[in-house]
Design a protein around this ligand. Structure first.
Ligand code: DGL
Length: 269
C-alpha cells in the first residue's frame, strides 16, 4: 500500500483520455497530470529530443513525489521505451497494452493511426510482429489532428475536423481494416466522428489501454492506495494555463477548478 500520487504526462489534452480511465479504475488514488503544452506537438520531433523531454517530465513528476508514472503519450511510448522500462520509479507507456487489446479484437486486418514520430519509430510494427504476427498491419502518421484537439475541436459537426478525419481514415477504409488503434492519445477524443466515418471498425483507445496497464502495474507492485478516497487530481501545465483549462473543460465532465491547476516549473526547458 502506498498513498503517494500517480503521475501521468502528455504533451497536452491527449493524456486526459488516460486520466479519465485511470480515475474510473482507481477512484481512491491521488493523480498528478502534467500537460507539457509548452512543447506540443511531440509528434514531429526526433527520438533524441523526445528522450530529453521524457526525462524532464519524469524528473518533474518525481519532484512532486509520485510513486508511479504513466507516459500517456504514444509518441513517447514509441520513442523512449528503454527510458520508461529502465526508470527507477515504476512506469509504463501506452503502446504494448494497445497492441494486446488490438490482438484480442482483430479479425485479420489491424491499423494504427498515430503521430509521425510514432510511425517513424517502427515500434508498433515490432510489437505486432512479436505479439500478433498473424495480423496484417497498416500504420499511418498524422500531423493535423493534434492541433485541432488542443484547440478543443473534435466534434463530427466541425467541417474542418471531418475533412481532416476523412483524409486520415481513408487508407484504413480502403484496406478493410477491422480494428484500428488510435495510437496517439489525442485521437480517442475524436472517437465519435471516427465511428461515424468507419462504422463497424473496432477502435482501440490508447489512453484507456495505458490506464489499464498503469492500474495493473500499481496493483502488481503493491502500490495501491486503499482509500477511503475519493482521490484528488492536480494538473501542472508548462504552457498557457487558461488555454489548457478551456480545452480540457470540453473533455472532462465538470472541467477543472482553478485551485486544481498550477504552472509546471522546470529546472531546464
Ligand atoms: N498525445 C501524444 C501521443 O500520444 C502526443 C501528440 C503530440 O504532441 O504530437 O502521441
Amino acid at each position: 500500500m502506498d498513498r503517494r500520487p500517480i503521475g501521468i504526462f502528455d504533451s497536452g489534452v491527449g493524456g486526459l483520455t488516460a486520466l479519465r480511465s485511470l480515475r474510473a479504475l482507481l477512484p481512491c488514488e491521488d493523480l498528478i497530470f502534467l500537460a507539457d503544452t509548452a512543447r506540443v506537438p511531440y509528434g514531429v520531433r526526433g527520438a533524441g529530443e523526445l528522450n530529453a523531454i521524457a526525462e524532464d517530465n519524469f524528473l518533474l513528476l518525481e519532484s512532486l513525489g509520485v510513486k508511479a508514472v504513466l507516459a500517456a503519450c504514444g509518441t513517447v511510448s514509441a520513442n523512449c521505451a528503454a527510458l520508461i522500462d529502465g526508470w527507477p520509479t515504476p512506469a509504463c507507456g501506452v503502446l504494448e497494452p494497445s497492441v494486446r487489446a488490438a490482438a484480442a479484437a482483430a479479425r485479420g486486418r489491424a491499423g494504427v493511426l498515430a503521430t509521425e514520430a510514432t510511425v517513424r519509430s517502427g515500434a508498433f510494427e515490432r510489437l505486432f510482429a512479436s505479439i500478433a504476427p498473424e495480423l496484417e498491419l497498416l500504420s499511418r502518421g498524422n500531423t493535423e489532428l493534434v492541433p485541432l484537439a488542443e484547440a478543443g475541436r473534435t466534434s463530427p459537426g466541425d467541417a474542418e475536423v471531418r475533412a481532416a478525419l476523412e483524409r486520415a481514415l481513408e487508407p484504413f477504409r480502403a484496406a478493410g481494416t477491422d480494428t484500428l488503434i488510435l495510437g496517439c492519445t489525442h485521437f480517442p477524443l475524436f472517437s465519435e466522428a471516427v465511428k461515424e466515418l468507419l462504422p463497424g471498425v473496432t477502435l482501440i483507445n490508447s489512453g484507456e489501454a495505458g490506464a489499464r496497464a498503469a492500474a495493473a502495474l500499481c496493483s502488481g507492485r503493491g502500490l495501491l492506495n486503499p482509500g477511503p478516497g475519493p482521490g484528488s487530481t492536480h494538473y501542472f501545465v508548462s504552457g498557457d494555463i487558461s488555454s489548457f483549462a478551456a480545452a480540457a473543460a470540453r473533455f472532462l465532465p465538470g472541467g477543472i477548478e482553478a485551485a486544481e491547476i498550477s504552472r509546471a516549473e522546470r529546472e531546464r526547458s
